[in-house]
Design a protein around this ligand. Sequence first.
Ligand SMILES: NC(=O)c1ccc[n+]([C@@H]2O[C@H](COP(=O)([O-])OP(=O)(O)OC[C@H]3O[C@@H](n4cnc5c(N)ncnc54)[C@H](O)[C@@H]3O)[C@@H](O)[C@H]2O)c1
Ligand SMILES: O=C(O)[C@H](O)CO
Length: 326
Amino acid sequence: MKPKVFIALPIPPQAEAFIAEYCEYRKWDFKEPIPRETLLKEIVDMDGLLMVGGDIDQELLNCAPKLKVVSNISVGYNNFDLEAMKKRSMLGTNTPSVLDETVADLVLALVLASARRIPELDRYVKDGKWKKGSDGNLYGVDVHHATIGIIGMGRIGEAIAKRAKYGFDMNVFYYNRTRKIKAEENLGAQYCTMEELLQKSDFVVLMTPLTPETTRIMGHREFSLMKDTAFFINASRGQTVDEQALLEALVKGKIRGAGIDVYEQEPIDPEHPLLKMPNVVTLPHIGSATEKTRLDMAMLAAKNMVQALKGEQPPNIVDELRGVRT
Ligand SMILES: NC(=O)c1ccc[n+]([C@@H]2O[C@H](COP(=O)([O-])OP(=O)(O)OC[C@H]3O[C@@H](n4cnc5c(N)ncnc54)[C@H](O)[C@@H]3O)[C@@H](O)[C@H]2O)c1
Ligand SMILES: O=C(O)[C@H](O)CO
């Protein structure tokens, strides 16, 4: 008998076809996220669950006595209650590596857009405000040869460092909970404390996973250490930042601007004061959102799940569930 799988969001046909070869499945095929109550009912008889973002907690596990594997179509897995999953010997997988270059491109786009005021000046032209002789007010700051500080030098952090070093001749500093000697050798990245990084950088990029240790890792104190001329870029998770502290730093001119892809609440309230700031570039959590990368992520997630249900070791069991600490 084929194992049973619930697919909790629309996925590309190739990934669905791959799952169909090995599994029986039901799916949620609507644009709106599946309501939690519906998900809890759907998974009652399931062996596998393919999803993105929804909480995998004790309540969900209690509703799914047969469940053996949860496959996230994302590299971040802060939606997993790892302790509850460990107690049930539940496998949890993610989609690392296939999105590194795509997310790094987007981070550099946020760096450039913030420094050169791209969205603000796009609006300026389209609103008919461009007059001869007005360009003295339109200056930004250079990205090339500036100093970038990367907090969280993992797979994506290294792809950002590569672009910064070899594309823009930037000085690269990083802070990570462990030192990355290879990144230092290959990318000329210099390790420093988080305080030093905040004090030295023209662009501070946050790229850690969301964990209890990284929750609000950027708060009032951290923004106060940054240069008044510096920019803050966040593509990790919204909860890694105290958004009120970020807003205050921007309003008081403690930092010069920000580029943000992720928020404490998503979607962010359209009335949120951060969205009223001209020096804040905002995106709707699209770090990995290109056609190819999203397909690669869905295929990898499908393969992780099928492999687990065949009784094999899927390649991307999340670090904590296989006892790895990077
Ligand atoms: N905006 C987006 O669309 C998007 C896309 C992909 C990933 N992400 C986020 O980026 C995160 C990183 O992805 P990755 O593939 O590079 O992960 P990774 O595991 O390769 O890298 C994370 C790095 O952070 C470090 N780290 C962890 N806790 C730390 C701490 N307390 N202090 C300092 N360093 C710490 C780790 O040692 C590791 O080197 C994901 O977990 C996800 O939350 C966002
Ligand atoms: O973690 C990830 O892969 C991205 O944030 C997409 O959800």
